[in-house]
Design a binder for this molecule. Structure first.
Ligand code: F0G
Length: 374
């Protein structure tokens, strides 16, 4: 086995559905940093330990790589020569990259005009066949399922169970970094695969059978390995204009600045509800304004640039701390699902415009004088 890190399948082989001789398609995804926020809790005057699991640092810039290494590995193992997905952008970027690596074809269905520029550029650059549909993600998801019945294409959306298997490893990494599960784990929810995957990962890390464990006196596999002693309370945040789970009905025309989670009828709805209920968690919503404010706060006070959808996790946590819904003194992890560079248009639109001056020393001095902290 190579000494350098070669991705999450090699690392967690025993806990993933792969055989010893499975040929792995990997871009060394996973092993993302868990960054403790130093300034946000202080500015919010909250006594909590707040961590960001920065999934934007995966090879294609989002958590989708965790699922895609598994989905493409298993597709190739099964002899597939083409994969397909519907996407709000990140899934298509990851599918395109892993398909390129595997040397298979990739078809992506995206809502026309509604995916961030960086993501579109990725799908195009990696050579996938990009099909823009005059419809939204939910239309694309339906079409992908229909077309897979008649055409030789392997679906790599999160209805593909291998996607969730790959994505569950985020929980393993959080537990390793903290020594146990956090009290709360917050994340944005769109198609609801990721919250489902987090919950699978946490659930596989604790002893499920407390009665047997009382008998085993700490000698069962889970206790012996001391993976985790608890599971977190799962908190999922949706954009206010695309919050079907919260409203308990599909949203026909979902709308939000966080295009990644612009989804009105999530495929893993029931599994997400189960994760929420089993963990005593809840779903919350954030307005576009709250999402963008949290994105800017992270960028300006912590140096972390995530995309709008990812910031929904922090926006929601700050609200729920204010509302007293999350306990002071607790440890909270937010999954920052994607990198801010994915969506440069949004970043530029909400930032101070660059100054333009003559290429002269005096002009530069003048600017510095005006902006130096007093
Ligand atoms: N955050 C980002 C950055 C995403 O791209 C997505 C989903 C989510 C959160 C929500 O995760 O769907 O598992 O609940 N993006 C999908 C895509 C839908 O096509 O890229 P989820």
């Amino acid at each position: 086995m190579p000494k350098h890190y070669t991705g999450l399948i090699e690392k967690y082989r025993e806990r993933l559905p792969v055989a010893a001789d499975t040929a792995v398609i990997s871009l060394s995804e996973g092993a993302t940093p868990l960054i403790e926020l130093m300034n946000v809790p202080r500015l919010a005057r909250r006594d909590v330990r707040l961590f960001a699991k920065f999934e934007g640092l995966n090879p294609t810039g989002s958590f989708k790589d965790r699922g895609m290494t598994m989905a493409v590995t298993k597709a190739v193992e099964a002899g597939a020569r083409a994969i397909i997905c519907a996407s709000t952008g990140n899934t298509s970027a990851a599918a395109a990259a892993y398909a390129a690596r595997a040397g298979i074809a990739c078809f992506v269905l995206i809502p026309e005009g509604k995916i961030a520029l960086g993501k579109l550029s990725q799908a195009m650059m990696h050579g996938s066949v990009v099909i823009q549909i005059r419809g939204n993600f939910d239309d694309g998801m339906r079409l992908v399922q229909e077309v897979a019945k008649t055409m030789p294409v392997n679906i790599v959306n999160s209805i593909n169970p291998y996607r969730l298997q790959g994505q569950k490893t985020i929980a393993f990494e959080v537990i390793e970094a903290l020594g146990d599960a956090p009290e709360y784990h917050a994340l944005p929810v769109g198609n609801a695969g990721n919250i489902t995957a987090h919950w699978i990962g946490y659930s596989e890390s604790v002893c499920q059978n407390t009665r047997a464990c009382a008998l085993c006196a700490g000698n069962c596999g889970y206790h012996r390995k001391k993976i985790a002693t608890r599971r977190p309370i799962m908190v999922g945040y949706q954009a206010a204009g695309a919050a079907p789970i919260l409203r308990q009905r599909p949203v026909e025309n979902p709308e939000t600045v966080a295009t990644a989670i612009r989804i009105g009828n999530p495929v893993s709805w029931q599994q997400a509800l189960a994760a929420q209920q089993e963990s005593d968690g809840w779903f919350g919503e954030c307005t576009d304004e709250e999402i963008l404010r949290a994105q800017k706060l992270l960028a300006e006070t912590e140096g972390i640039f995530c995309e709008p959808a990812s910031a929904a996790a922090l926006a929601g946590v700050l609200k729920d701390l204010d509302a007293g819904r999350m306990r002071e003194g607790s440890t909270i992890v937010c999954t920052l699902t994607g990198h801010g560079l994915k969506d440069p248009d949004i970043a530029i639109a909400q930032s101070v415009k660059p100054l333009t001056v003559e290429a002269e020393l005096r002009a530069i001095e003048h600017v510095i004088r005006s902006y130096l902290p007093k």
